[in-house]
Design a protein around this ligand. Structure first.
Ligand SMILES: [Ca+2]
Ligand SMILES: [Ca+2]
Length: 105
């Protein structure tokens, strides 16, 4: 359906709203939607996004290489270098994600 390799996890978990998004529309994702997805993917609710949580969020967004994207996002947004995105770093993460031009499709 998406033409991605079989190694990319399908977005089927309950946190991802992709299946409820319009089927044939292809519009850029909004900042609010990006925020909502990252917040939803803080699965242990510690207020921090780990690399693993980021990876799942990027898979949800339709990234072809969510693991790589999560790593790059950390390089970009993890200002204090602890390997997690905290509240102060969250805006940077959202802005970075928006520059990648993910679309709802
Ligand atoms: Ca977390
Ligand atoms: Ca950090």
């Amino acid at each position: 359906m998406l033409g991605y390799g079989s190694s990319v996890p399908k977005c089927v978990d309950k946190y991802c709203q992709r299946s409820t998004w319009p089927k044939h529309a292809s519009v850029p994702i909004t900042e609010a939607q990006v925020r909502g997805i990252f917040i939803r993917y803080d699965t242990n609710k510690d207020g921090l996004l780990s690399k693993d949580e980021l990876k799942k969020a990027f898979a949800c967004l339709g990234s072809r290489l969510p693991g790589v994207r999560a790593w790059l996002a950390l390089q970009h947004a993890d200002a204090n270098g602890d390997g997690f995105i905290n509240e102060a770093e969250f805006d940077k993460l959202v802005k970075y994600t928006l520059t990648r031009g993910y679309k709802i499709n």
